[in-house]
Design a binder for this molecule. Sequence first.
Ligand SMILES: Cc1cc2nc3c(=O)[nH]c(=O)nc-3n(C[C@H](O)[C@H](O)[C@H](O)COP(=O)(O)OP(=O)(O)OC[C@H]3O[C@@H](n4cnc5c(N)ncnc54)[C@H](O)[C@@H]3O)c2cc1C
Length: 440
Amino acid sequence: MPLLEQHRRGWQNWAGTQRCEPIAIHRPRSEEKIAAIVSSAAIVGERVKVVGSGHSFTPIALTDGHLIDLRDYAALLQVNRSATRATAQAGITFSAFSRALFPRGLSMPDMGDIGYQTIAGGTATGTHGTGANFGCLPTQIARMRVVLADGSTVECSPHDDPELFHAARVGIGALGIASTMTFRLEPAFNLHAREQPLPLDDVLDGLDEFVDDNQHFEFFWYPGSRHAATKRNNRTARPADEYAAWRRLRDDVVIANYASNATVQLARVAPALAARVRRLAATESRGDYVDRSYRVFTSERKVRFHEMEYFIPRAAAREAFGRVRTLINEGGHGVIMPVEMRFTAPDDIPLSMSEGRETCSIAVHMLRHQPYEQYFAAVEAIMRDYDGRPHWGKLHFQSASTLRPLYPQWDRFQSVRARVDPGGIFANSYLDRVLGPVGA
Ligand SMILES: Cc1cc2nc3c(=O)[nH]c(=O)nc-3n(C[C@H](O)[C@H](O)[C@H](O)COP(=O)(O)OP(=O)(O)OC[C@H]3O[C@@H](n4cnc5c(N)ncnc54)[C@H](O)[C@@H]3O)c2cc1C
């Protein structure tokens, strides 16, 4: 087989909203093959983009050059239970990683809403879960091997090439291709989940207590409802409930997804009725149960949608949410999907959305068939009043000139980029927009 398979095939993201036609799509099974694809492309001046599970809503993973899909490079390589660390190939998903770790006595300290993302693609955009004492998922990375633009491979950690490590944890695909990654973990734990609809105003009034009294707190608010669907997850020594898995299947797969799918269809013909049904669904709760950590953290998502998420100082959470609520209540945007609020601890990663500040994130969603631009632009205008930073993998309208002032370590990231990818082989039009040209 030729090194660069020369056939054109289209690629699209999970939501089906971003598409590209790469020169070729490669599915390497070894680090050597990844490096060979990069160096061969570099010789002829073609660009390369590595893709994870395609779960970003932005055009961040698109390319008109070579697309590297790591689904066949996804093995768990090493587990060190006493050091609470594990190493895996970059294409493994968070679900597969955490499922394999649990029987070996380890858990990820925190996870996002879903586990379909690859460990490399998820961390590259700063993916996070929730919990005021838990950083975004890239803060769990202990070391990584990276294939650089010239096809060489480097090992980086706080001790080996610390500048590269510092920046590459949230590298937004601009610095190289992570091939293997080592994560800092915890001894395996179960979570006690309490999922309960509560009056929204009570939740907002008691926000600090909800956030500080629970390890992982978040809520969803369905427009028009007076209730918030709250989730409180805390570590417990209790064993998993016997019926936890069945309840998950019923609630996540059947109610949350197939019932949601039905409301999506309904929304096309009777949007007001669909909004009522969704509000009622929000008052259904998964209740009170104990299960393995990764099963509680993540759930299924079958309905396709658009999403934007902004990260603001925690102190502004209530006020900013109130403004979004007013925007929605004033009508005009036809919003039936929820607003989600989560929290993350500060970190020191240059392009992390939680860099240097206790953070609250507010996410807004629109069904895939609905226009989202005006609504998202109006929410973005609110978030900019709080120096909001957009999720790199979710929709936003910002560019390098407006983003740079939001990130105190911006120039530090850019100088690492100029060193490791001076020719911009890993660039694409999204990176041109949000970072500017290499060396800028
Ligand atoms: C249903 C749904 C739920 C979500 N829930 C959450 C959530 O709870 N929290 C949250 O923060 N986000 C969430 N997201 C966003 C998602 O976590 C991010 O967009 C994430 O980056 C997607 O991971 P991926 O593996 O699909 O990467 P992709 O979208 O395929 O790629 C993202 C970026 O990573 C780069 N990349 C991929 N592999 C590598 C590699 N090996 N080395 C270097 N760079 C690489 C790509 O080039 C690209 O720049 C959600 C998205 C969806 C669709």
